[in-house]
Write a protein that binds this ligand. Structure first.
Ligand code: G4P
Length: 533
């Protein structure tokens, strides 16, 4: 098959949701449709169970599972679908943000009873800012929940989306009768017992036909006719171009657990979702159909087996064909690299592949040369953009607790940071090391992993920092910048890339500092458009 055909038949996406909305269940049902798994329960949830065991043991368990679920690929009607796993737990939000740089579209899952929750808001905001095409799936319709119109309003307002329903529920919870599919113009009746079976649909060409009463009864028929009329008047018509540009989001209703409404979602998804998209590097826009291979690392999994220092770097292929045993250039360090056993993913299994195409994810065995964000090419000197670091929320000094193991500690910290577990800062004034994390959990994880994987031990010491801001002076030689550096010297540090960072101890300090030094921009994200000429 030609490169173009391979590109055209691929769709790479992520499912995002607040924990418990049904992401794992939906993923599993999609795989069932694709015939990639045979029974429910095959996809393990990688969420952190509250209060199950001590937190870091839970994370170790989760790490084991999440290697298997990092990428779940399956075929459906000749289309190759790659689902990238995104952790829902807020302490791993940064992992999810990075994964979103490797998807071409997303499905947002919302619980019908809980409506839009906090984590969904944050993740959707990131997708919205990047104009990633989104489809919304409102889940758990077999339960009593919010009114469908109320939910659509909530999605519009809280998530700032422009929605158009492509399916609509007939009743809800106890009275849930089924779903009218506006996209295909048919009705899918809910029997409450379709968990194992893939449901049948009934075509309804004309919604005013009396067939509808016979199917669902007089009152529900009247209701749905009224609702469909309202939808027609209030919501914009679906338009694929607008969806692809991130300006319109179709909404589906269903119940993942009951395998209901999932086929409608999937059929529409394969028809409308984008194929692998071009991506900007620091030098140019790279198109998938270019002959030369290129890709970037968006995730690293390390040391699953403590006896082998083995890491798996996940590469999203942006252009060309990736081939086994072929020399590629690791652009950041200029090294040529060849991979004898690249892993591809099919359902929950890993297998060695000879060739992969744009949109695919390959897992490359690595002994420590990759960092998140690294670019691989056939020789071209360019770096893919768009994997920023965000200001951590928690900060602590990290000290060596065993002077005989300082080398091990340094190496451990270095590798864990490359993996993206946390961020390391070095204070300008005294060289002390500070770890910044998105969640409090990570400190435990780091300590545990340093000990078990590197034989090093560390101690933490509290440090009062509210946010780390990347400093962007318009003019490095200005008196303003010199003054800033002198006055704030105690609060300045360098990140791992050597960029200057300011530690603000409160929101007030941050605001005061910014107004005192208006020409020095303080950013909460490491990747920013510099103010400099
Ligand atoms: P997550 O990955 O987004 O965190 O959610 P997950 O799929 O694990 O689903 C969270 C809970 O919601 C699970 O129940 C799951 O069975 C349930 N669920 C998912 N879809 C539906 C649905 O359509 N209807 C109903 N009624 N429930 C649904 P749990 O009790 O937490 O876990 P489990 O013991 O069932 O695995």
């Amino acid at each position: 098959m030609s490169l173009q055909k391979e590109i055209d038949r691929r769709k790479t996406f992520g499912i995002i949701s607040h924990p418990d909305a049904g992401k794992t269940t939906l993923t599993e049902k999609l795989l069932l449709f694709g015939g990639a798994i045979q029974e429910a329960g095959a996809v393990k949830s990688n969420k952190i169970k509250k209060g199950a065991t001590s937190d870091f043991m839970e994370i170790e368990r989760q790490r084991g599972i999440s290697v298997a679920t990092s990428v779940l690929a399956f075929e459906y009607g000749g289309i190759k679908i790659n689902i990238l796993d995104t952790p829902g737990h807020k302490d791993f939000a940064e992992d999810t943000f990075r994964t979103l740089t490797a998807v071409d579209s997303v499905i947002v899952v919302i619980d019908v009873a809980k409506g839009v929750e906090e984590q969904t808001e944050k993740l959707v905001e990131v997708c919205r800012m990047r104009n990633i095409p989104m489809i919304v799936f409102i889940n758990k319709l077999d339960r009593e929940g919010k009114d469908a119109f109320e939910l659509l309003d909530e999605v519009e307002q809280k998530l700032k989306l422009r929605v158009t329903p492509l399916s609509f529920p007939i009743g809800m919870g106890y009275d849930f009768k089924g779903i009218y599919n506006l996209w295909e113009k048919n009705i899918n009746l809910f029997s409450g017992d379709s968990r194992k079976n893939i449901e049948e649909t009934i075509e309804i060409e004309d919604i005013s036909s009396t067939d509808l009463e016979e199917l669902i009864g007089q009152k529900p028929a009247d209701n749905i006719r009224e609702e469909l009329e309202l939808i027609d008047q209030v919501y914009p018509k679906f338009n694929r171009e607008e969806y692809l540009q991130g300006g319109l989001q179709p909404v589906f209703f269903g119940s993942a657990l009951n395998n209901f409404g999932v086929r409608e979602l999937l059929d529409c998804f394969v028809e409308i979702a984008p194929k692998p998209q071009p991506k900007y590097s620091d030098t140019r826009l790279v198109r998938p159909e270019e002959n030369e291979f290129s890709g970037f690392v968006f995730k690293i999994h390390a040391n699953m087996d403590p006896k082998h220092r083995d890491r798996l770097a996940f590469i999203k292929i942006v252009s060309g064909v990736f081939q086994r045993n072929t020399n590629y250039v690791h652009v950041r360090n200029g090294k040529k690299m060849k991979f004898s056993s690249p892993n591809a993913f099919f359902a929950e299994k890993k297998q060695i592949v000879d060739t992969s195409y744009p949109g695919d994810i390959v897992g490359l065995h690595d002994t420590g040369s990759f960092k998140i964000g690294d670019t691989l090419t056939q020789g071209e000197q360019m770096h893919y953009k768009g994997i920023p670091s965000f200001s951590p929320e928690f900060f602590k000094y990290i000290n060596n607790a065993d002077p005989l193991k300082s080398k091990q500690l340094e190496k451990g910290i270095d590798q864990l940071m490359d993996e993206g577990v946390a961020q390391l800062f070095t204070l300008e004034l005294n060289g002390r090391k500070v770890i910044g994390t998105v969640g409090a959990l990570q400190f435990e994880v780091i300590q545990y992993r340093l000990e078990h994987e590197y034989g090093a031990s560390c101690r933490y010491e509290n440090l009062n920092v509210h946010k780390a801001c990347w400093v962007d002076p318009q003019d490095e030689k200005s008196d303003e910048f010199k003054d800033f550096k002198r006055v704030k010297s105690k609060f300045l540090a360098k990140d791992k890339r050597g960029q200057l960072v300011f530690f603000a101890d409160s929101a007030f300090t941050l605001q005061m500092t910014q107004s005192k030094y208006p020409n020095i921009k303080l950013h909460l994200v490491s990747e920013f458009e510099s103010q400099k000429e």
